[in-house]
Ligand binder design. Sequence first.
Ligand SMILES: Nc1ncnc2c1ncn2[C@@H]1O[C@H](COP(=O)(O)OP(=O)(O)O)[C@@H](O)[C@H]1O
Ligand SMILES: [Mg+2]
Length: 138
Amino acid sequence: MPLVCVCSPKGGVGKTTMAANLAWSLARAGSKVLAIDFDVQNALRLHFGVPLHDGRGFVARSEEQADWSQSILTTGGNIFVMPYGDVTEEQRERFEENLVKDPHFLRRGLDTVLNYPGLVIIADFPPAQAQRLKLCRH
Ligand SMILES: Nc1ncnc2c1ncn2[C@@H]1O[C@H](COP(=O)(O)OP(=O)(O)O)[C@@H](O)[C@H]1O
Ligand SMILES: [Mg+2]
């Protein structure tokens, strides 16, 4: 399962644009691609035709859904998107706390997608060190 993390300590440098274009290119070349948004700005979905008013996302639902794959949206082709979702500041803080406190939180949330055969995952990060989310060490 190839996992590509797009990260940089700076904002506004093209991470989301790069993640979206990478996802589209790999899908066009025949891969089944899942684009995951780890940025509270929740902008990645907009590159895949998800409307602005659609606030669904895995962080928005992470308190009810241990398996984040239930928040995957289809785009009609072989690209799938897992948006962050529209969240309150409190929801974002609780999500980040869970990431830090519960060593299994990330693994449990991503287990289904990480074990999906042949899936290429492109992960778009907020402007911070990726290790804050522990994903690159997965
Ligand atoms: N290669 C590029 N050349 C010019 N502008 C770009 C390029 N990549 C991204 N942008 C623009 O820069 C801005 C920030 O891009 P974005 O992908 O949102 O950055 P980040 O995710 O790092 O915050 C957007 O307006 C985007 O359209
Ligand atoms: Mg971005």
